[in-house]
Design a protein around this ligand. Structure first.
Ligand SMILES: CC(C)(COP(=O)(O)OP(=O)(O)OC[C@H]1O[C@@H](n2cnc3c(N)ncnc32)[C@H](O)[C@@H]1OP(=O)(O)O)[C@@H](O)C(=O)NCCC(=O)NCCS
Length: 124
């Protein structure tokens, strides 16, 4: 069974969250590795934070059928890392979900004002 999900977000919304709520916002949504990666982007960091936010929303949408209790899912159950070529990859940190996924892939894109992502997952 193949499932897809997509999401688009205004970069400004994420920037507001980071500037107004700060670490509480960052640590709820992003892992340490993600925060380090996005901050390394300097002037484009908010685009990268927004891209990861959109990617996680896209993952949630693609995995709706396999997430039994959506209220128990946490943002950090999914971590986005980039390979040496820059391609984003998903690490699933929740064993219950991981066991149900055969393969998962995402793609992220961002411009000045928007970030968007697509997820395609092959479910066991
Ligand atoms: C890698 C590349 C595709 C990124 O394009 P871009 O328009 O700058 O990218 P966007 O701003 O839309 O998206 C950036 C995201 O792309 C993703 N990305 C970067 N490199 C990637 C790669 N090699 N493969 C897949 N995704 C990649 C990342 O998720 C990145 O965001 P992040 O760093 O915050 O995680 C581009 O730099 C490139 O090398 N293009 C090759 C162009 C080309 O050869 N075209 C010829 C015909 S296809």
């Amino acid at each position: 069974m193949i499932r897809c999900g997509t999401d688009i977000i205004e970069v400004e919304r994420i920037k507001d969250g980071i500037e107004n709520i700060g670490d509480k916002f960052l640590n709820r949504i992003y892992t340490e590795t993600e925060i380090e990666y996005c901050n390394s982007k300097k002037v484009q960091k908010y685009q990268s934070f927004a891209g990861r936010f959109a990617a996680k929303e896209a993952i949630f949408k693609a995995l709706t059928d396999v997430i039994e209790n959506k209220y128990k899912i946490e943002w950090k159950d999914f971590e986005i890392i980039n390979n040496e070529e820059g391609k984003p990859l998903v690490i699933i940190n929740n064993e219950n979900i991981k066991n149900k996924i055969k393969d998962i892939d995402i793609s992220i894109s961002h411009c000045k004002s928007y970030a968007q992502a697509v997820c395609i997952a092959e479910i066991m």
